[in-house]
Design a protein around this ligand. Structure first.
Ligand code: GTP
Ligand code: MG
Length: 453
């Protein structure tokens, strides 16, 4: 028997500090952040839904949503659930601002004489487009422009940027001028970014141009990358170049830095959500571009082992969980290949984290499972397909998404075609005691919470 197991009769309970933990849910736009958060909260709120976590941790706990803070909008959980529970369930709309939610986890103490442990689990949601702009910090306008224009020379971007380059080549960028052409240039650049997006490319800067949120119509976003002048000193103070430079620097300082300081710091765990289906549907180029974007994004977070002092001065990320999302759209006998593809994408990033002794996990999930695997006979061969209800339809239908090969060698993988159906979400259960269908959400929730409980 150890000391703590002594049944001591004390007339009061030993108090405990309230603990706080911040989990960074990181992902490009449409990677599945808002759906993930909704599913995670849904499953945690009623404890019998999350039986796996109770069993694995050996802890008893209950969870409740804390009231919203006045300084920041609350994650729209109740509305998202209402939509998921409605007769015609719908996905949340693209996120347009930063929102936050805090869950209080009340972990039952093993001993009558020690108070229960209370943990505040803080989560934020934000538009994925804004995340890539964090990478603009520390670069001046010249460097940023140079980098963006260099990248635009690569592969299919070369074609997509042509119109933009053509536009700016016909405008005097360096001598004083009125602001008449500013909007035209930015509009043309925005078209280029949209084309990149449609091609399945992820590296889009400034992402804010595609999802401006509260900055729509704000002139601070009126800038785009420009070639450096021959002699900087000769550039007119009222030239397009000078105005764009000025707005860029204000955007980075007043918007991006603030966003970083206010919301993207002090995490101890990170969940990186990656929508590999997007890359599969597009191309190898889309895959490589996604890898580059994720690498750039992660450079903005602070990793390290948490010793007492670093706890005082701000948390560092100690564990990173990489998760390929929407795994319900991969036939179940190909899930291992889907995971291998994720491992391939993050191989270098993971190695760097390993060197820093940061714990990493790799998994595949579906926050909300919308499809079943069915086998269809085509030309005498059994082919794995997906059955679900397409958006806008009422009855289920069967679709062939493509087949992941056993080997991920370029010639096996990137020569194949994939098309993943847009299924509606299933209607969420009307009672709180039943979880919506998912794939491995309980496992990832356990991984997030395991050393906090
Ligand atoms: N089949 C399936 N589709 C999903 C799942 N999660 C998300 N999706 C799809 O992906 C879309 C985007 O998901 P969101 O959670 O809104 O993505 P996000 O990362 O919050 O996107 P932004 O707010 O634009 O940054 C949804 O509208 C669904 O169509 C899932 O688990 N399974
Ligand atoms: Mg969202």
């Amino acid at each position: 028997m150890d000391f703590f197991d002594l049944n001591i009769d004390i007339p009061f309970k030993l108090p405990r500090f309230r603990e706080k933990t911040r989990v960074a849910v990181t992902g490009l736009s449409k990677s599945g952040k808002s759906v993930f958060l909704t599913s995670l909260i849904y499953q945690l709120l009623a404890d019998d839904k999350i039986e796996y976590v109770h069993r694995k941790s050996g802890k008893k706990f209950s969870v409740k949503l804390m009231p919203p803070e006045s300084s920041i909008a609350r994650f729209d959980y109740y509305n998202f659930v209402r939509e998921f529970r409605s007769k015609n369930p719908t996905w949340p709309k693209s996120t347009k601002s930063v929102t936050k939610t805090t869950l209080e986890i009340n972990v039952k103490s093993r001993y009558d004489w020690i108070e229960n442990k209370k943990i505040d689990l803080e989560l934020i949601d934000y538009p994925g487009e804004w995340l890539l702009d964090l990478d603009m910090q520390g670069r001046n306008f010249e460097d940023w422009s140079l980098n963006i224009l260099e990248i635009s020379k690569q592969n299919s971007r070369k074609e997509l940027i042509k119109e933009y380059l053509n536009t700016i080549s016909n405008i005097d960028l360096y001598n004083d001028s009125d602001e008449m052409e500013d909007e035209k240039i930015v509009e043309e650049y925005k078209k280029y970014l949209k084309l990149c997006y449609e091609k399945g490319l992820s590296f889009i800067q400034p992402g804010r141009l595609l999802q401006p949120g509260d900055l729509s119509n704000d002139p601070i976003l009126l800038f785009a990358p420009l070639p450096s002048p021959q002699v900087l000193a000769k550039v007119g103070k009222n030239s397009i170049y000078a105005r764009f430079k000025n707005r860029y620097e204000r955007y980075v300082k007043e918007v991006v830095k603030k966003l970083h300081l206010d919301h993207f710091q002090n995490f101890d765990t990170q969940v990186v959500l990656i929508d590999l289906l997007k890359a599969l549907e597009h191309s190898k180029e889309s895959f490589e571009d996604m890898r580059y974007s994720i690498k750039k994004i992660l450079e903005n977070f602070t990793y390290g082992k948490n010793y007492f002092l670093s706890k005082l001065f701000g948390l560092k990320i100690e564990r990173v969980i990489f998760a390929a999302t929407k795994a319900d759209l991969i036939p179940k006998d190909q899930i291992e290949e889907y995971k291998k593809l994720l491992e391939d994408m993050i191989y270098e990033i993971k190695r760097e984290l390993d060197v820093e002794h940061i714990e990493t996990d790799v998994t595949v999930i579906a926050s909300v499972k919308c499809a079943e695997t069915v086998y269809v006979e085509i030309d005498g061969k059994k082919v794995a397909c997906l059955k679900g209800i397409l958006e806008g339809e009422e009855e289920p239908s069967v679709h062939y998404p493509g087949t992941l090969p056993k080997s991920l060698k370029d010639e096996d993988l990137w020569s194949r075609e994939f098309k993943f159906p847009n299924f509606k979400p299933p209607r969420f259960p009307q009672s709180n005691n039943e979880a919506p269908p998912h794939i491995r959400m309980d496992r990832i929730i356990y991984d997030i919470l395991k050393d906090k409980l």
